[in-house]
Design a protein around this ligand. Structure first.
Ligand code: ADP
Length: 432
């Protein structure tokens, strides 16, 4: 079977076990079952996409043949040369993945790696090892040979050592990491300090701005805000985090948003009808609580929520804050929790200035407008890898996912995601 066949077969085994995988994920990280089911489909879509991608000319074995443009000087006998390029697999890859998408963050890396002809070793988050192990079992059943994709579950101490090894061992040619900016920088530093210079993809923290312009369709804006903010209890790197609302529409937007937030049903993700589960840990909940307290002490108003949820230690109420300031940690740093931290602005320039001066991250950004001019021009002025206009869910297998600045390097998904696992070789043949 060729590599595309293996990937397709793996995707099909994942789909056949969709319910079990989703259940495992909900038990491991707490997201409601429908979200886990959605992630299984999302995760499998990367295997399908790269199964097809590895057959295309840009994949391994493709490349180009280019006639040379050189003009022959009279003294030189040979007249012709041909430039040929090959896309070759980079080699062994080391991956470190997070807990918030225990399945899809693995297939998004391993899918293109296998398609390109690379082998990989994955270290999943210590908080979600079981989903990764189940994925490995299904890969074996699908015929993916041992050594092509392996999972190594490690505790905290060994995780650090694993990071050092993949960064400094010359046999590993590429690393790809999804997680915090703090750890991403540790890995980049380790790569710089030991071993060969190697390719590194970093998908790091977000803190996405969400801007509502005065000409926005407010119902559309509320729908986009709900989708981008509260998915996975606000624990995704593309969740909207900093809300900037034009002063003319603040009242209407927040009133409608609060109405929707009150409909969120918090509880056990396995129970039908629950739309928001716990945060990943008590520590995470405490972190959110602390940030909200700081914002309130600095003058923010709690429109809904603002407290721990009675359901359990790890639960926090879906919350909307009005009147935060850009110095508040809840605004200037990524929160990973179900909190809308909002402030107003009065002009496009002011909104951009607040966005740029309060954070150096550049992953996702969102804005809502009905002006065609803004749809093009504001996107260009934002320094982010991804922009959602009147839309809150932008992740898709066909789109290049990734950020700039403190949010990382490299892209995942799309044919760009495959290029990360290929090295372009050029051969010049001199032929008379
Ligand atoms: P988050 O804050 O989203 O949990 P982290 O960056 O802490 O993100 O974790 C993401 C992944 O990085 C996890 O798999 C975790 O085990 C791993 N990790 C954490 N610290 C290190 C480290 N020093 N070296 C290598 N990997 C690490």
């Amino acid at each position: 079977m060729h590599r595309g066949g293996l990937l397709k077969s793996w995707a099909s085994h994942i789909r056949q076990n969709k319910k079990d995988l989703a259940t495992l994920m909900t038990y491991e990280c707490g997201k409601p079952l429908p979200e886990s089911l959605g992630e299984v489909e999302y995760g499998a879509s990367f295997l399908d996409f790269y199964a097809s991608e590895c057959l295309r000319p840009n994949g391994l074995g493709g490349g180009t043949i280019i006639p040379t443009p050189f003009v022959k000087p009279p003294s030189v006998k040979n007249t012709r040369g041909t430039v040929m390029t090959y896309n070759e697999a980079v080699g062994v890859c080391g991956f470190i993945t997070p807990w918030n998408f225990p399945l899809a963050m693995i297939t998004r890396k391993v899918g293109p790696a296998i398609a390109a002809g690379c082998t990989s070793l994955v270290k999943p988050s210590e908080l979600t090892p079981l989903t990764a192990m189940a994925l490995e079992v299904l890969a074996r059943r699908a015929g993916v040979p041992e050594g092509v994709f392996n999972v190594l579950t490690l505790g905290e101490e060994d995780t650090r050592r694993f990071g050092e090894v993949i960064c400094t061992d010359d046999r590993v040619k590429k690393i790809s990491f999804t997680g915090s900016t703090r750890v991403g920088k540790i890995l980049l530093k380790q790569c710089a300090e030991g071993g060969i210079v190697k390719k590194a993809s970093m998908e790091l923290g977000g803190n996405a701005p969400f801007v509502v312009f005065s000409d926005a369709d407010i119902d559309v804006a509320v729908k986009a805000a709900m989708a981008s903010k509260f998915r996975n209890a606000g624990q995704t790197c593309v969740c909207s985090d900093r809300f900037l609302i034009h002063e003319d529409v603040e009242e209407e937007f927040l009133e409608k948003l609060v109405g929707e937030v009150k409909k969120i049903k918090v509880g056990d993700g396995m129970v039908a009808g629950v739309t928001m589960g716990p945060l990943i840990s008590t520590k995470a909940r405490e972190g959110v609580e602390e940030k909200v307290k700081e914002a309130v002490a600095n003058g923010a108003e709690v429109l809904v929520g603002g407290e721990r949820h009675e359901f359990g230690e790890q639960y926090y109420m879906p919350t909307v804050l009005k009147g935060v300031i850009k110095e508040d940690n809840i605004f200037k740093t990524e929160t990973f929790g179900p909190v809308v931290a909002s402030m107003t602005f009065s002009s496009d320039d002011e909104a951009l200035d607040i966005i740029k001066s309060s954070s150096k991250t550049g992953l996702a950004s969102y804005y809502c407008t009905q002006s065609a001019d803004r749809m093009f021009n504001f996107s260009r002025r934002l320094e982010h890898g991804m922009v959602g206009v009147n839309e809150g869910i932008i992740s898709s297998v066909v789109a290049p996912f990734g950020g700039v600045g403190e949010s990382g390097i490299g892209r995942e998904g799309n044919s760009s995601g495959m290029r990360e696992y290929l090295e372009e070789k050029y051969v010049f043949v001199n032929h008379n």
